[in-house]
Design a protein around this ligand. Sequence first.
Ligand code: B12
Ligand code: SF4
Ligand code: SF4
Length: 347
Amino acid sequence: MKCSIEKLRQLAFANNIIDIAVIKPERSVELKKILVSRHQNKRLTDFEESIIEKRINPKLIMPEAKSIIVGLMSYHMDKPPDNSKRPQFYGTLARCARGKDYHRIVHIRMKELMESLTHSQSGAEWKIFVDTGPLVDRHLAAKAGLGFFGRNNCFIHPQYGSFIVIGYILTTLEFKENDYVSKTYDKCSECGECQQSCPAKAINTPFQIDNQVCLSHALQQKGIMDKETMLQSGVMMYGCDICQDVCPHNYFARNTPEPLFHYKDEEAWLNLPEILQVSNREFNRRYRSASFGWRGRRIMQRNALKSLGNTGNTMVTDHVKPFLEDQREDIRKAAEWAMDRLSKADE
Ligand code: B12
Ligand code: SF4
Ligand code: SF4
């Protein structure tokens, strides 16, 4: 028995998935050129599959797949916390890193959706992916006709904007022939605001960011952070939203219908001295369920040190000083930079 797209959509909305569509599990040959140039220009990140064929061929993940269901969930809330109320010595988290881990939320909702959909279909198989799968999520969403690309590289939904996450499900379920979508790319209104506001000047080529200088990348990447990035990223602890905050497609974006995405104001900020003091065990206990938890204590401590330097407040020097003797070079360098910056703040 073939599934119906109407039923899928109905179940998706019931599970707070804001939009959904289904595509065939075909090879995305059109992506090959972009991915090859990414390799050639050394723009491959540690967070993505390096074998190009695995990124474009869904059958390598699930040979028996008949469909890919692509769904979007929004984490947009009308009133983000007022940063002027951020307590002293707290760093900031990007919206997608606040509150509960979005990977888990999307997984929960997609699993519920699939359980309801396959209720009467014995033997149906499926695999859910959010962010960490080999395929290119934004590309799948575009192919499924769910929105368009922004100059800032983000995928934008016409009503919900770009503060959305993308999940997909490879499944043996089949839909009626007319239910499958395959759309070509549409584009943003190209106002250029994102390009102008990016502190790292990472949007040089429209629709493709230079991820090697993007602050979001630098904050997640292991190792020594370069001085310019430490300065540009201010008190950011994880993720950067600047090129999305300025985007007109987000001005009137609808709010998320998903209560699990609601977070308390204090979950938008991290106490910097506390991050420096927690043990590894305590870090895992406290932050395991947050979407930045997987990057671990060391990266977050490095980010906390440079953030303290950027507070410009010499009261924090006692928190930074002990790390000047740290065995780990990335941590020591961040502490040295912070102390240097704080000494200039005093002048
Ligand atoms: C690696 C990675 C990163 C890296 C590099 C991102 C990059 N743009 O290169 C870093 C760490 C910098 C990063 C940052 C962020 N990320 Co990220 N990231 C990924 C990951 C794991 C892989 C991305 C990838 O494959 N890139 C390869 C290139 C080829 O694909 P792409 O970046 O998706 O680009 C597409 C378009 O730009 C377009 N395109 C490219 N060239 C051209 C040219 C033209 C002319 C046109 C029209 C289109 C076009 O085609 C590409 C494929 O369709 C995906 C999850 C996944 N598995 O896909 C999440 C993902 C892209 N990230 C996501 C998020 C939320 C973020 C951040 C917003 C987090 C934050 N607040 O800091 C930022 C956004 C930064 C930005 N402006 O792009 C979401 C994006 C949701 C959305 N609305 O777009 C994803 C899809 C995860 C998810 N499942 O929801 N990310
Ligand atoms: S800020 Fe302007 S140019 Fe950038 S993605 Fe949004 S609409 Fe497009
Ligand atoms: S996420 Fe931040 S650093 Fe990266 S492109 Fe957007 S504004 Fe620039």
